[in-house]
Ligand binder design. Structure first.
Ligand code: PLP
Length: 478
């Protein structure tokens, strides 16, 4: 694509992006497509001869965009709601244009050094102490995998040469509420399902430290090595917070690595008054925080902070001759901290985000989200028939509709119906979870364009859907 053609098309694309960001709130947040609809509109093979950009940009507009769930919509309340903010998008655009690969310092010195600087800034914004050394990965799933690989390296250093099969049994502990990425990491690292022990949670879905201590003691007595404990600050289902300050001494007593999954909740530490929720995380060996969740950075951007970066390097550093360089003892080669060699220049977008908003701007926006979640929590608490099923420490509310005279099965069906009705409206998008076997609806706030009016409207839709479902049921029964 010659530069002049690129310039014209890029202007067109930027116009489209600006219009999209300004008007996404008017689109249906969830598309009305059935499985296979989008595929059916696309050719099954790539074109033989190149096509004019106007044709593929038009297909993007008319086929792809209408088939998307709009995560950048102010009424996107599913999973964890996120924002691809303007400054972050600019960073993505420029890093795509540069297309540098920051695998080693020499392959892109500024990309490596900017990552170091920006992660030191973020560490300070989060109130974490200096020994934490950061590295950017694609996702929290990768960050946790790498942290646990480092834990394995410490627990079974001889496994590096001999493999895990010759080693005694080892276990990694997490609460029943931990994200599935932890178990996936345990499996990937060769511990098997037997190497993953879930620890009971309390009424507020927080890991019970006494249950953790008991589990580890039982395992130690049986000759099983406690390799790592994973605590979560902001669990996926309810955003519950494991008591890290009480978990840390238990892990330390048994020589187990402490990993804190703060993929979602960690961002809230930018607002100092939220930091009691993270109490004790400074004692962790590793912490994951995802700027692509609640720090307004486009996906993908996950930060792994590690107190023992040497353990990460021990797990991952293999330097073939063609990647050797004269300066390698003086610099950081990012390839040494994880599985992938090639890496995108993700620090750029995070740098832009931090500079655009500043500490105060980020904190204000986090606070606004928390305020809206508290308002919704209050409306739910005051509404007959509705109940909150978990505390609301951050910006996500978990709740359900519980009409009188309905049994557990009916309540589940009814809540699924409510969710389906709201999502079919296209006005708001929410997702669900299961808590102690029962269905619960989640409403997660994390988009910068979300206002209290959007949350209020979602609440009206939920309540209307509940009444409509109850009326239908009554009508079919009589
Ligand atoms: N940890 C927690 C607590 C999460 O909620 C999630 C995803 O929602 C993850 C980890 C995985 O995040 P990622 O998609 O970045 O792998």
């Amino acid at each position: 694509m010659p530069p002049e053609e690129f310039r014209a098309r890029a202007h067109e694309a930027v116009e489209w992006i600006a219009d999209y960001l300004g008007g996404v709130g008017d689109l249906p947040v969830f598309p009305s497509v059935a499985p296979g609809d989008v595929r059916a509109e696309l050719p099954t093979s790539a074109p033989e001869a190149g096509e004019d950009p106007s044709r593929w940009l038009e297909d993007f507009r008319s086929i792809v965009v209408p088939g998307l769930t709009h995560w950048n919509h102010p009424a996107f309340f599913g999973y964890f709601s996120v924002t691809g903010s303007g400054p972050g998008i600019l960073g993505e655009m420029l890093s795509a244009a540069l297309n540098v690969n920051a695998m080693v310092w020499r392959s892109s010195p500024a990309a490596t050094e900017l990552e170091e600087v920006v992660l030191a800034w973020l560490r300070e914004l989060l109130g974490l102490p200096e020994p934490f050394d950061g590295v950017i990965n694609d996702t929290a799933s990768s960050s946790s995998l790498y942290a646990l690989a480092a834990a394995r390296e410490i627990a079974f250093p001889e496994a590096h040469a001999r493999g895990l099969f010759a080693m005694p049994r080892g276990r990694i502990y997490a609460s029943t509420e931990a994200h599935s990425s932890i178990e996936k990491a345990v499996l990937t690292l060769g511990f098997g399902q037997d190497g993953f022990r879930t620890v009971e949670a309390d009424d507020a879905f927080r890991m019970r430290p006494e249950a953790l201590a008991r589990a580890i003691e039982e395992d130690v007595a049986a000759g099983i090595r406690p390799v790592a404990v994973c605590a979560t600050v902001g669990t996926t289902s309810t955003t519950s917070v494991d008591p890290v300050a009480r978990i840390a001494p238990i892990a330390a007593r048994h020589g187990a690595w402490l990993h804190v999954d703060a993929a979602y909740g960690g961002a809230a530490a930018v607002a100092p008054e939220m930091r009691p929720l993270m109490e004790g995380w400074e004692q962790a060996d590793s912490i994951v925080v995802n700027p692509h969740k609640w720090l307004f950075t486009p996906i993908d951007c996950s930060v792994l902070y590690c107190r023992r970066p040497g353990a990460l390097r021990a797990a991952f550093s293999i330097v073939p001759e063609y990647l050797r360089s004269a300066e390698e003892s003086e610099v950081r080669n990012l390839m040494d901290y994880g599985v992938s060699l090639g890496r995108r220049f993700r620090a750029l977008k995070l740098w832009f985000v931090l500079r655009y908003f500043g500490r105060e701007g980020l904190a204000e926006r986090i606070r606004a989200h928390v305020r809206m979640a508290r308002a919704l929590a209050g409306w739910i608490d005051d509404a007959p028939g509705w109940e909150r099923v978990a505390p609301t420490p951050f910006s996500t509310v978990a709740f359900r509709f519980v009409p009188r005279d309905a049994d557990a099965e009916e309540i589940d069906v009814l809540n699924q119906e409510i969710l389906d009705r709201v999502n079919a409206s296209g006005e708001a998008f929410l997702t669900h979870t299961r808590l102690r076997g029962s269905m619960a609806i989640r409403l997660a706030i994390g988009n910068l364009k979300t206002t209290e009016a959007h949350v209020r409207r979602a609440w009206e839709l939920l309540d209307q859907a509940a009444r409509a479902s109850v009326n239908e049921r009554t009508a079919t029964k009589t």
